[in-house]
Design a protein around this ligand. Structure first.
Ligand SMILES: C[S@@+](CC[C@H](N)C(=O)[O-])C[C@H]1O[C@@H](n2cnc3c(N)ncnc32)[C@H](O)[C@@H]1O
Length: 494
């Protein structure tokens, strides 16, 4: 495996990493890669055939490359060895003068992870059918979870439904010990393959059903990207979560009280069907079975049932495809879903110091960088601080400041000019969370040009007609939404 590691490091030297590939393909985010646009990438972005173009085509776009090209570009740069190593372990095969990769090499930040192809049905010559138990490729959901996972040092971490092992490999950099579980033995092999290449020694890979293989063990960090698709048929092992989509995710949430260590955190990326007039967060709390845990639910994307059915339907010809759309839609209707929501769940034991367990639901564009993890941590800390019974005393010993740059958009509501709606958003953040703010909150934010003591804020709010209690409510609300932060007392609180 050291030889494969050397080959991957040669690829990295070529620029085969998330940032450079994204730039080369003209994508704002690696998640914007569209298989339907492959001919365009090839023509517009990769026609200048250097070694990186060749590698992207071969290892990410599932291209079939003339052997001559591989010899001329890749081998001239690094010699024959890399090539032979990849051929020996079956990652690439050569047939009739053409080379193709049997698996894809997915860039996740500066890391490279092997998994099965994202687009098994691409019609290029010689492509083998990806079997029913295929290992999940590194998709948008994988990237979103990777970018949102807390990266502070922990004693142990568990990655459920590990697939290629991406989250376990990342956890191995900040956990003393990592356990990865998947029900699919091929996924376990894939994780093992990736771990061996990287020389990771603190990772145990287990095959089994969710938490069954880990016994009674409790973990400081639990990550999961379970199968979640509400499907009319159980066709793909890595994707479907039963007719409701909930079969696996519900069991994971229900197991948290038994497997999360004190102070531990679970982060789950998933999609959940939303019914009219019903809160998803309440359903998640029900799954917890009354355990005193705080729930942060970040809504990342919303799909209409029609768009969802259309996006998942299958069929060789159009008639078959339309019948499949119908089946998918009928199943979603039978579940009573009005829409499907992509969510990131962060669940922790609640600290009674801050009162009863809380549930917070927010909406954001999907995370665009690893900063998302820090931003979510900050939001949880701010939520706890805002609930601190001694908040008044803490404020007296602190200065308060606006967090980063805030874009504020006012929208007058016709016929109700007395209540202009104001929308605020933190600029340059990895999570673009939008907030509706009250006119009085807006006024305080606008005047908070430099950091202020609580006494100064009280004076300011008196001029705006607010008493102490009302000012505290405004401060609490701005803290909860991450629009302000406390400076001097920040450390050690929350
Ligand atoms: C959506 S994929 C996620 C893969 C990977 N963690 C990622 O984020 O790219 C779901 C994975 O869950 C696994 N899985 C499905 N049911 C399971 C179960 N009951 N216990 C353990 N793993 C399961 C599948 O084999 C698949 O690898």
């Amino acid at each position: 495996m050291p030889a494969v590691r050397a080959t991957l490091s040669h690829l990295a030297q070529l620029g085969y990493c998330e940032k450079t590939i994204r730039e080369r393909l003209g994508l704002a985010d690696i998640n914007d890669l569209l298989w339907r646009a492959l001919p365009i990438y090839r023509r517009e972005r990769l026609s200048n055939r250097d070694a990186l173009a060749s590698a992207i085509d071969l290892f990410l776009l599932q291209g079939v490359i003339p052997l001559q090209e591989v010899n001329a570009l890749f081998c001239q740069t690094f010699g024959q060895t890399d090539w032979q190593v990849l051929a020996q372990i079956g990652v690439v095969t050569v047939e009739a003068g053409f080379v193709r990769a049997q698996v894809s090499l997915f860039p996740v930040g500066d890391r490279l992870v092997f998994s099965e192809h994202a687009w098994p049905k691409l019609p290029h010559p010689g492509t083998v059918d990806v079997p029913h138990n295929q290992v999940m490729f590194v998709g948008s959901d994988s990237h979103w979870l990777a970018r949102s996972t807390f990266r502070y040092p922990v004693r142990n971490a568990l990655d459920l439904c590990t697939g290629s092992g991406i989250h376990a490999l990342l956890a191995a950099t900040h956990a003393q010990r990592v356990v990865a579980v998947d029900i699919n033995p091929r996924a376990a092999l894939c994780t093992q393959f990736n771990a061996k290449i990287e020389g990771i020694a603190n990772l145990t890979i287990l095959v089994g059903d969710l938490l069954e293989p880990v016994g009674e063990e409790r973990f400081d960090l639990l990550t999961a990207n379970p199968p979640f698709v509400p499907s009319p048929v159980h066709s793909l092992g890595f994707r479907d979560g039963g007719h409701s989509g909930e079969d696996v995710q519900r069991r994971i949430v229900a197991a948290l009280p038994h497997h999360l260590a004190p102070g531990g955190v679970a982060q789950i990326i998933t999609e959940i069907g939303e019914r009219e007039g019903e809160s998803i967060a309440d359903r998640v709390r029900e799954w917890l079975g009354g355990a005193p845990m705080d729930i942060h639910l970040l809504r990342l994307r919303e799909y209409s049932t029609a768009a969802y059915a259309f996006g998942h339907a299958d069929g060789e010809d159009y008639g078959v495809f339309l019948r499949s759309v119908d089946q998918w839609h009928e199943n979603l209707m039978a579940q009573g879903y009005a829409r499907i929501i992509a969510v990131l769940l962060t669940i922790q034991w609640s600290d009674p110091t801050y009162g009863a367990p809380w549930t917070k639901s927010e909406e954001s564009k999907p995370p665009v960088s690893d900063r998302a993890a820090v931003e979510i941590e900050d939001r949880l800390a701010a939520e706890r601080l805002s609930r601190h019974p001694g908040l008044y005393r803490i404020l007296e010993q602190s200065t308060v400041e606006r967090v980063a740059r805030i874009s504020i958009i006012d929208a007058g509501v016709l016929g109700d000019e007395s209540h202009p709606k104001t929308n605020a958003q933190l600029l340059g953040r990895a999570l673009a969370i939008q907030q509706w703010i009250e006119p009085i909150e807006r006024e305080i934010l606008l005047r908070m040009k430099v950091s202020q003591t609580f006494a100064e804020i009280l004076t300011l709010s008196h001029t705006l007609g607010l008493d102490e209690g009302m000012t505290l409510t405004v401060i609490r609300s701005l803290l909860q939404r991450g629009l302000i932060a406390l400076t001097s007392a920040k450390n050690g609180i929350g």
